[in-house]
Design a protein around this ligand. Structure first.
Ligand code: ATP
Ligand code: MG
Length: 306
């Protein structure tokens, strides 16, 4: 009897192992269901296109290839407030200002003052809590996202490159000729880099075979090529040496003369020649004027400058 008992007991252990195995297999598979359920709860972006989009005015774009709803790039922030999530504090508070057509505007402020958030708001990555943004009198909340984003260019804080040739990275939609691209490369000061490479030069995923400065220059070349009427730069020149940077600032002044440019800069030198400076503090505008007037006023900008 004891022998029989032992044999059966040992068998139960085997059964228990298999039970545990099946149980964990089941919970592993149910994770997919759980994930799908979570995806259904993500708040969706607003519509990419609206029927009313086609009624918007159409102006020729600077590259002469498309049309755009932006006539000359005037931007108005009207009592604009925004927060990241319903339960987080307001990040930009009641902003009221105007950026004139073709103006070069610098945004400065301490870390966390809301500079990058200002850029995200223009692209409607964040929808306003209250207030509106108008581009040439058109409320950007009332147009399709695709149309809005197609007509703005951002050169982000972090340069983004995809795996592929130099050409696909500069002209992802394949709309421009080789000559146009090579011209842009020399405009941003990449001609030296380009001497022993050609447009088919292979760029690894995320551009790991390039220096950070080169990556930024390629991103800037991409923006130059598209030439939308409004361009945003988020510390885009942070990793470029002084000489290249001043060269680039010259190109920006030349090549983007017709564009409205908003630059977020940590180095005051980058923006000291701009038309207007916005000084942000805790999501509020504390100063807005030409750099010259702000320096005379000896306020926060003067302190940053010093
Ligand atoms: P930096 O100079 O460091 O780039 P910044 O001025 O660009 O700073 P923002 O990134 O605009 O600062 O951040 C402004 C405020 O918004 C900060 O207080 C930050 O904590 C908050 N914030 C930024 N991103 C998020 C997010 N994804 N979710 C919630 N709060 C955020
Ligand atoms: Mg930032």
């Amino acid at each position: 009897s004891i022998g029989l008992l032992l044999t059966y007991s040992l068998n139960i252990i085997k059964q228990l192992f298999s039970l545990m195995g099946r149980f964990s297999g089941l919970s592993k598979m149910l994770i997919s269901v759980e994930r799908c359920e979570n995806f259904t709860k993500i708040v969706q972006e607003k519509y990419p296109t609206l029927i009313t989009d086609k009624d918007l005015p159409k102006y020729p774009s600077y590259n002469g290839k498309e049309t755009t709803f932006i006539s000359n790039g005037k931007i108005n922030f009207n009592d604009y407030s925004v927060k990241y999530r319903p339960n987080t504090p307001i990040v930009l508070k009641n902003l009221n200002f105007e950026i004139k057509p073709k103006e070069k505007v610098g945004v400065v402020g301490r870390t966390g003052s809301g500079k990058s958030t200002l850029c995200l708001s223009l692209f409607r990555l964040l929808e306003p809590t209250s207030g509106n943004i108008f581009i040439d009198g058109i409320n950007i909340s009332e147009i399709g996202l695709e149309l809005l984003r197609k007509n703005l260019t951002i050169i982000p804080q972090e340069p983004i490159l995809i795996e592929g040739s130099l050409r696909t990275n500069i002209d992802p939609t394949n709309c421009y000729t080789d000559t146009e691209i090579i011209e842009i490369l020399s405009e941003v000061g990449l001609d030296e880099f380009f001497v022993n490479k050609n447009l088919d030069y292979h760029i690894e995923d995320n551009g790991i075979n390039l220096s950070i400065g080169e990556k930024q220059l390629i991103c800037i070349a991409r923006a130059f090529l598209k030439k939308t009427k409004i361009i945003l730069m988020d510390e885009a020149t942070a990793n470029i040496d002084y000489k290249t940077e001043s060269f680039l600032q010259n190109s920006i002044n030349q090549g983007m003369k017709e564009c409205t440019v908003i630059t977020i800069a940590h180095r005051i030198k980058t923006i000291i020649n701009y038309d207007k400076i916005i000084v942000l503090k805790n999501g509020e505008i504390v100063e807005i004027d030409s750099p010259k007037n702000l320096l005379i006023k000896k306020g926060l900008f003067y302190q940053l400058y010093k």
